[in-house]
Design a protein around this ligand. Structure first.
Ligand SMILES: Cc1cc2nc3c(=O)[nH]c(=O)nc-3n(C[C@H](O)[C@H](O)[C@H](O)COP(=O)(O)OP(=O)(O)OC[C@H]3O[C@@H](n4cnc5c(N)ncnc54)[C@H](O)[C@@H]3O)c2cc1C
Length: 380
């Protein structure tokens, strides 16, 4: 079993202090007004949270997966939007370039992406291809040494902020006998023919940017292909295995934050002449929350440990994502119940947690798809 080392605890304390001092005071307002904060991203970059597992030569912090996951967990304990920015950028933005990029691509893109001044997105989902990631319709045709890209992407994180630097897109590069050749291509932000449109009025994750993208005869150099032609599915699926760990960390951190809010409220709120924490019905709810969080943390940290040991971790990442996102829902719901009517009022942390947890059972593999992934690992 993984054992937390001193440097993990030091990082936890550092990120916790940052989240409490810098994010907590502004989280409700950013959520209410749907503001992506350039300032907070810059500060999270200065803290070393972008490219946290990358080698130092790219400006990374060269830490292990467990460190990264603890950082996301601590951000999500306070605010899912800022945690989502870090998780999407590291797991979906940086990771495919770091793992599958050529030396030239890594040298060109990675140093800028570790600063907090540039974000990179990941475009798999399309209006008609969500869970079915092979349903991609976006095409990329090689013409005069350039890929000509046409198509649309939907729900893409970090893609339309003032500091968005580009995106890795999955596109069909060939089709024979009904079989698609899927490849991944790097597209810089201001390339002609590439347009972004911010999606407004999300119920959750309101301070993280989500966008619709269009590619209309967008031309990028042939050298922007990531990996070989036809490697698209492999790159995307491997990226999602890692991404599931960070979504799980968001569930765990959110559950921890909701639990702490419930504990504090239950000790303070008095009814029938005593704190409501003294009623067994409330104490049992808190005990169940504590148990679920403990199990979620052990499950997630073990998956990280397997990854850090270079062992297969796909099954464990799927279980961690499914379990952490589902207990986040249960813990947030019970925490809100403990807050009574006050938990339903906008501006309270628990009201925001209750909304924010909902994405976790949908993004990067819905709970239904995660159960399919796990059952396939069982050979079913
Ligand atoms: C805020 C936000 C951020 C996101 N960020 C990104 C991003 O950065 N990059 C990116 O590429 N995508 C991103 N996504 C997209 C996200 O990954 C998809 O929403 C998700 O994969 C589900 O796709 P869908 O919404 O099209 O739902 P659908 O696939 O249409 O699913 C609808 C329902 O049908 C169920 N279903 C589908 N197929 C099956 C099946 N075979 N068996 C049983 N049930 C099934 C699903 O579980 C779900 O309940 C983001 C989404 C949101 C909301």
């Amino acid at each position: 079993m993984p054992i937390l080392k001193e440097h993990h605890e030091a990082l936890r304390n550092k990120v916790r202090d940052f989240a409490e001092q810098e994010i907590a005071p502004v989280a409700a307002e950013l959520d209410e007004k749907e503001i992506f904060s350039v300032d907070l991203s810059k500060k999270m970059g200065e803290l070393g949270l972008f490219g946290i597992t990358l080698p130092e030569k790219y400006g990374g912090a060269a830490l292990d997966t467990l460190s990264y996951i603890i950082a996301v967990e601590e951000l999500a304990r306070v605010d899912s939007s800022q945690a989502g920015i870090v998780a999407s950028h590291n797991s979906l933005g940086i990771s495919p370039i770091a793992v599958f990029g050529s030396e030239a691509q890594k040298d060109k893109y990675l140093p800028g992406l570790t600063t907090g001044k540039k974000l990179w997105a990941f475009g798999l989902t399309e209006p008609t291809a969500g869970s079915d990631s092979q349903g991609t319709k976006t095409t990329a045709v090689l013409e005069d040494g350039e890929w000509v890209i046409n198509g649309k992407k939907m729900f893409i994180s970090n893609a339309s902020t003032p500091i968005s630097a580009g995106i890795t897109v999955q596109a069909v590069t060939d089709e024979k006998d009904g079989r698609k050749e899927l490849s991944t291509i790097l597209v810089d932000q201001h390339t002609t023919g590439f347009t972004v449109e911010k999606i407004h009025n999300k119920m959750m994750w309101r301070a993280i940017d989500t966008a619709k993208l269009s590619f209309d005869n967008c031309r990028v150099p042939e050298a922007n292909l990531l990996g070989d032609p036809g490697m698209g599915s492999k790159i995307m699926l491997k990226t999602l295995d890692g991404g599931r760990l960070s979504i799980a960390a968001m569930g765990l951190g959110l559950a921890q934050g909701a639990f702490e809010a419930a504990m504090a409220y239950a000790k303070k709120r008095e009814q029938f002449g005593r704190p409501i924490s003294k009623f067994q019905a409330i104490g049992f709810k808190l005990a169940d929350m504590d148990m679920k969080i403990e199990l979620a943390r052990n499950t997630l940290y073990r998956a990280c440990w397997l990854k850090d040991q270079g062992k297969p971790f796909g099954r464990e990442a799927a279980i961690a994502k499914l379990y952490c996102s589902e207990i986040a829902k249960e813990v947030a719901d019970e925490s809100l119940q403990i807050h009574g009517g006050y938990g339903l009022i906008k501006g309270t942390a628990i009201e925001r947690f209750y909304r924010d947890q909902r994405l976790l059972q949908i993004g990067e593999g819905t709970s239904e798809i995660l159960r399919m992934v796990i059952s396939r690992k069982l050979g079913l």
